[in-house]
Design a binder for this molecule. Structure first.
Ligand code: DC
Length: 221
């Protein structure tokens, strides 16, 4: 009998496009490690803001990044990044981080600091007996795992996305973050060739997950 394969699923898309909700459900459904790379960029941003390292000061940024120790602990099925042993606090979802995160994320040195760490989550997933990894972000299918077993790209009408954030009771700079994330030079937000493009504007979360699960299930047997 052949062992079931370890699979990698990449889910990319703009702010509030439904990546987090759908990847969490897939993680539960198929016993996958859920990796929210946006939370990693948010955590680094909060850390650099707390240390008063502006994104415009490259030498200070490089020195701060070189000194940070990134490790992982599990929070249920999700990979939680620890910076110097500390988990992220609730402030990573605050408006201050929303306003700054895309500026830090546009800097190649910041992206480089997270590159190996993100790829290393596959080893974490294997070590803990998961059947695979579902990783969400902006450049997962294009840069982090271009050879992933499944690559999805979610998009939705900006008005609908703003409504989703409102329902969550959160403020966000959706349009501005999308503009910055899509226009940066390094690893911009883009639907990579060959990825499955899903417009979730008129779909429920369940319908989005159903579309993805229908493709994934046969591979896991
Ligand atoms: O997924 P999110 O909205 O929580 O992500 C926060 C920000 O992090 C997003 O505006 C851009 C950045 N990000 C990125 O540049 N690359 C990723 N793979 C994930 C997030």
């Amino acid at each position: 009998m052949s062992a079931s394969p370890f699979i990698i699923i990449a889910i990319d898309g703009g702010a509030a496009s439904g990546k987090s909700s759908s990847s969490r459900i897939l993680a539960d459904k198929f016993n996958l490690l859920h990796v929210d790379t946006g939370s990693f960029y948010r955590h680094l941003t909060a850390e650099l803001l707390a240390r008063k390292v502006p994104h415009t000061d490259l030498p200070a940024l490089k020195a701060a990044l070189a000194a940070l120790q990134l490790t992982t602990r599990l929070n249920g099925r999700s990979a939680q990044m620890l910076v110097d042993g500390r988990p992220a606090g609730d402030e990573i979802r605050d408006q201050r981080v929303n306003e700054h995160v895309s500026h830090y994320a546009a800097i190649p040195e910041v992206r480089h600091a997270l590159l190996g760490y993100q790829r290393g989550q596959v080893a974490v997933g294997r070590q803990h007996g998961f059947r695979g990894v579902v990783m969400e972000g902006r450049d997962i299918g294009s840069v982090i795992f271009p050879d992933a077993d499944f690559r999805f790209f979610l998009h939705a009408d900006p008005v609908e996305r703003a409504k989703r954030r409102e329902k969550e009771g959160r403020q966000d700079s959706i349009a501005e973050r999308d503009r910055l994330d899509s226009s940066r030079k390094t690893s911009p937000l883009t639907c990579p060739a060959g990825a499955t493009d899903i417009d979730s504007t008129f779909l429920s979360l369940e319908q989005v997950v159903e579309k993805m699960a229908a493709l994934i299930a046969p591979k896991l047997g």
